[in-house]
Design a protein around this ligand. Structure first.
Ligand code: CAA
Length: 286
């Protein structure tokens, strides 16, 4: 337990919400900031449900659960980042949106705060000019679902100081995660670079008529030990997110392995985004 530490999370989507509650679970006072009341409400409701289920299952103490929920303050005012020694930005993967958010963060943040972007596709070096003290700025990349997935990738840019890297590693550890430190930026970092190329290969096999979606998922689970097959996982991540990660990978590297396959493009174009909307490879339309 880490008492007396403060985290601000900006962006209350599926990732930001769970990052906030993960830190609260480990004793952090957390300010969760979003421009959308609906997102804030939905993050707090869904995380409360997940944590209370742990209480029912006997894996989390009831008082600890209620204390965790009370440690997260919700709001839309960026002034709440003042006093936080760590700030995680987890807003849309859009350079302009992120730049605007950094301007607001930097208007209120403490001079010593580190800012970690949870971006999967934008290395901090393409955004660092929007941050006042870029020596305290880097990628701190979580995985979905963040309340469960242990890995955090800590990725410095050329502008990031050693002290910031060490603090980001310590922060990830303090909230119960397993951090890995990259030496330098690379598209997809480590896990996504391996994962999304593998997902593309799975889609090529199905598209080529070699196997069905269900049997491909089964094969990958049984042969490679993945907890979910590539199609089930794509539905969890969101097919629009999978497409955007692949598109950006192709744009940034020019490597055709990243270019989204036709069947993915087609599903996204028809509004089939996976679990969150419209159904996907393995889910019924919602
Ligand atoms: N959020 C939070 N908790 C969830 C959840 C979710 N979306 N889905 C399930 N859980 C919880 C359940 O509540 C349950 O918790 P308890 O044990 O406390 O009750 C636990 O997970 C197990 O649930 P299930 O038995 O229903 O399902 P499962 O055994 O298949 O586990 C899983 C679910 C942990 C998600 C597992 O399937 C898994 O590890 N899948 C792979 C996930 C993965 O690879 N993520 C990386 C995606 S890529 C990414 O995130 C990078 C990026 O940049 C986009």
């Amino acid at each position: 337990m880490t008492a007396g530490r403060t985290l601000a999370v900006v962006g209350a989507g599926a990732m930001g919400g769970q990052i906030a509650y993960q830190a609260a679970l480990h004793g952090y006072d957390v300010r969760l900031i979003s421009r959308s009341d609906d997102r804030l409400r939905s993050a707090s409701t869904s995380c409360a449900t997940l944590l209370r289920r742990r209480v029912e299952k006997g894996t989390l103490d009831g008082d600890a659960c209620e204390l965790t929920l009370a440690r997260v303050t919700l709001g839309s005012d960026f002034a709440a980042v003042a006093g936080a020694e760590t700030i995680i930005e987890s807003v849309a993967e859009d350079r302009d949106v992120k730049r605007e958010v950094y301007a607001r963060i930097c208007a209120h943040s403490d001079d010593t705060a580190i800012i970690g972007t949870n971006s999967s596709t934008l290395p901090s070096s393409v955004l660092e000019d929007a941050v006042s003290h870029s020596e305290r700025f880097l990628n701190v990349h979580f995985f979905n679902p963040a309340l469960l997935m242990a890995l955090v990738e800590v990725v410095p840019g050329p502008h990031t100081s050693e002290d910031t890297i060490v603090r980001a590693m310590d922060f990830a550890q303090a909230i119960g995660k397993t951090p890995v430190r990259l030496a330098r930026e690379e598209y997809g970092f480590i896990a996504n670079r391996i994962l999304f190329i593998a997902i593309q290969e799975a889609m090529r096999l199905v598209q080529g008529g070699y196997i069905s979606v269900e049997e491909c998922d089964l094969a990958v689970r049984k042969a490679l030990g993945w907890p979910m097959g590539p199609f089930h996982l794509s539905d969890l991540v969101g097919l629009d997110v999978v497409e955007a990660i692949l598109d950006e990978g192709f744009r940034q590297t020019g490597d055709q392995r990243w270019e989204p396959v036709e069947m993915l493009r087609d599903l996204v174009a028809r509004g089939k985004l996976g679990n969150k909307a419209g159904g996907g490879f393995t889910t019924a339309p919602s």
